[in-house]
Ligand binder design. Sequence first.
Ligand code: AGP
Length: 609
Amino acid sequence: MCGIVGYNGKNKAVDILLDGLSKLEYRGYDSAGIAIRDKDITIFKAKGKLSNLKEKLANEKLKGTCGIGHTRWATHGEPNENNAHPHISNDGNITLVHNGIIENYQEIVEKLKRHNYKFYSETDTEVLANIIDYYYKKYKIGPIDAINRTMVRVRGSYAIAVMFKDYPDEIWVARKDSPMIIGEAKDGMYVASDVPAILKYTRNVYYIDNLEAACLKKDKVIFYDLNGDIIQKELKEIKWDLSVAEKGGYEHFMIKEINEEPDVIKKTISYYTGNDKIDFAKSNLNKEDLKNIKEIYIVACGSAYHVGVCAAYVIEDLTRIPVRVDIASEFRYRKPILNKDSLVVIISQSGETADSLAALREAKNAGVKTLGIVNVVGSSIAREADHVLYTMAGPEIAVATTKAFSTQLIVCYLLAIELAMVKEQITKKEYIELLKEINTLPTKVESILKDSTNTIQKLSSQFASIHDAFYIGRGLDYAISLEGSLKLKEVSYIHSEAYAAGELKHGTISLIEDNTLVIGIVTQEYIAEKTISNLIEVKSRGGYIVSIAPKNIDTSKASNFILTIPETSKYFYPSLTVIPLQLLAYYMTVSRGLDVDKPRNLAKSVTVE
Ligand code: AGP
């Protein structure tokens, strides 16, 4: 959840670190700090957004060509300067930045206090600096031994970058469960939590595995395993282009990424289809694998979980095999009953979400086949799942997911259609018709963006000061209303609930009063009438109904405002209805003057429990 960056090379480190941190700020913005090594190590920290640290550094002349940096999402210790990273060991021998959580840090504090260590912050990270220092001094055989002994001793997740006073031209790094990449370039070596931080300087990266460490010298990197033996790693090339990590003239990354949806949906469809066929060979998922699947579990968190809820309706309806959707933080501890011929699908944009990663390992330990639907190439879930279907959304910077959500939906539709075909639940004709229809989605999303953006912007300003909102629908419409509600909540801080329309009469309708905003989603013809009568009930209690429906479904009697979307197959409507829902959340947040891309208390990738 925090972002770490490091550079050791020929150039001034301060600019590279600040630039890298600005590309990682979506991971946490409670405080930021850097440590620059020139003759000595100098540390600068500031509470709040990176801009506060930049202000502090404005008049500093920092020439050092080696340094580490951090942007924080507070877990242990409140967001203040004292708890900001980098942290140092008692005598300053160790300077360190950390992303993750040390679960047994209190026990280690007690141990270190018995060895006269003192602590100035409330963080678990300061403990890491001191325990590395403790082993370094106790065994006197160098950084790799001190780091490896620490990795054996601590429990939790971490990606760390460390500077040892005695080793001026080196940065040492290590990781377990928290993401880390190492970049190699002519002008030096880079380390970062994510690709956008170093994409400007290099496309050549190494992926370091769990419980591995490395030493970044100015011109090379040396990798070590937990025994301290040198190991080789393969250099990989990142294909993303730099512009995706910039705002490209848009006011916020969220609205930029919403407008990228037609393109990334098209990219994802064409990556897996061609000549009227779906081809998952790139993920070595063959027809035989699919044929033997008797039941599916979809496990994820947040918006990715909502993709799972949508996918369950489509997969069950098309393939007639049971699909169970689970929230990862529940799945990992409820000892799920997993049958050998089931498939566990983990959906994750970042591929690093701790609960989803743990759910994946739970399924693997149970000997069940696993499939990751992931956006970040080389992420932990992508590397540990038996099969991985990448979504082609490109880097997603805004904390609130939009384009990754839409590409995850597409991959789930393709999985459902291919499964139904392999299981002979649909004919070749139906198969081709569905593929034809899926290929119309990019244009239909484009037309919604073109025709409705201004309308939704105006509508949103009307509701800028509301406190509550409700989203209702039935079937797939209920599934997507869950996402609409989360999107509004997470960026605008307006309380909202999503409900199966038929459920309102059993309690929640008592909350409806004059002008209560209710978003009604009505795309499923086979139950539209039911949803419309539920909306009429709410309207008669004073609710202000905004309905989202295709032209062939008349919601006029039940609506105060109608957002019309293009028609499509009943299975694919979530890909169209989610666009006005995302735009509504975006413009209501803008009209409240809030920071859309970095909503309070949130982070893009939740790498701790
Ligand atoms: C969505 O906008 C949120 N950022 C959050 O709910 C997110 O979907 C969730 O944390 C899962 O993240 P993942 O897809 O990276 O696993």
